[in-house]
Ligand binder design. Structure first.
Ligand code: TYD
Length: 345
């Protein structure tokens, strides 16, 4: 999947650029030692995060197996190697550049089936007082919001604080801080260090307790989640069929990976959703996986506004609503399905 034609360029979202600037600023302010620190990012994509370290003259290394996005980073002056991370590469980096002060990843850890090799690599790469910081969608958010579209082909894991703590403890590492994030519809940022190397923040306790009170460890919680998914699907399909019967035009907004789960699980076909608008050139002119809904350039959405836009990129809702005032002003309506199926007038 992460080959020379990876279809996702992080920098297509302005908000994400700001998000990663703030992330980088926090790393620089709170965690970097003075003596020529090294920052390593796994899945560095087009350099959206590391460009901030490059600009500050900080030693950095991006590890990005997808050649096309890695090239964009390299062209921006972000040092990047096109490889997959694991214990072997960690040893090589230590031999060539020394240990890392910070190891970063955003929406990457959850994509990797061979997670134990990653954590072993981190253990080998990290300085004794170094930190790991990564963020991923959180199981509790998905269960609470019925955002079942976070479950798709690339997402091998949906982590919780409990599962992350359990995983890293097996490698002598511990969670020292936690910060809930609004990105990707509710993510968790974990800060991890070698056991005993840094103080554990009191902030770690509350999310752990919340997970227990949500019953994330109980099968009944997940039975309820399944029921909520089925209800959500039934409502969305009823709405789309009703709009079709009324002769309304519906266009999808954002050919997200997530939407692949929605279209296939719900059975959304091109007669219900005419096309999906997306600003990413590599996705345009193709079809959505399985459901075969055409993906067209954003300009086609603007040229002939539909009656309804189905917000597949709901994780960018704030940015999109701001950008698409004209669509609404001309009578266009949004269909959303997280946390509930609804039409926004
Ligand atoms: P993304 O947030 O990465 O979701 P996923 O991880 O589920 O793929 O994808 C957002 C997609 O939406 C991406 O293909 C770009 C597209 N997009 C637009 O077309 N217009 C926009 O204004 C925004 C913010 C995104």
């Amino acid at each position: 999947m992460f080959h020379e034609d990876y279809a996702f360029f992080s920098s297509t979202s302005r908000y994400m650029a700001l998000h990663f600037k703030a992330f980088a600023d926090q790393v620089m302010a709170d965690y970097l030692a003075d003596d020529d620190p090294l920052v390593v990012e796994m899945g560095s994509n087009d350099g959206i995060m590391l460009q901030n370290f490059a600009a500050a003259g900080i030693r950095h290394l991006g590890i990005e197996p997808s050649q096309n996005v890695a090239q964009v980073a390299i062209d921006k002056g972000v040092k990047t190697i096109t490889e997959f991370f694991g214990a072997d590469l960690a040893r090589r980096i230590v031999a060539e550049s020394g240990p890392a002060d910070a190891f970063l990843a955003a929406s990457v850890m959850c994509h990797i089936p061979y997670i134990h090799s990653i954590v072993e690599g981190i253990r080998l790469l990290l300085r004794p007082d170094g930190v790991v910081m990564f963020e991923d969608p959180h199981l509790g958010e998905v269960a609470e919001k019925t955002s079942y579209d976070q479950i798709y082909d690339e997402q091998t894991f949906l982590f919780s604080v409990a599962s992350i703590s359990y995983l890293f403890e097996q490698y002598g590492l511990e969670v020292i801080d936690i910060e809930p994030q609004t990105t990707h519809g509710g993510s968790m940022r974990y800060v991890i260090a070698h056991q005993g190397a840094r103080p554990v923040s009191p902030k770690v306790a509350a999310p752990k307790e919340k997970e227990r009170s949500l019953g994330l460890h109980l099968p009944a919680t997940h039975d309820r989640f399944r029921q909520n998914c089925e209800n959500s699907r039934d409502r969305l399909m009823a709405l789309l069929k009703d709009l079709k019967a009324q002769g309304k035009r519906v266009v999808g907004y954002g050919a997200t990976s997530k939407s692949t789960t929605i279209t296939n699980y719900c059975g959304i076909t091109p007669d219900l959703v005419e096309f999906i608008s997306d600003t990413t050139p590599i996705k345009q002119g193709k079809y959505s996986p399985g459901a075969h809904i055409p993906v067209r350039p954003y300009e086609e959405f603007v040229r002939n506004y539909p009656d309804y836009a189905l917000l597949f990129a709901w994780n960018h809702a704030h940015e999109i609503m701001e950008k698409e005032k004209a669509f609404r002003d001309r009578g266009g309506k949004w269909i959303v399905y997280v946390p509930e199926v609804a039409v926004l007038d």
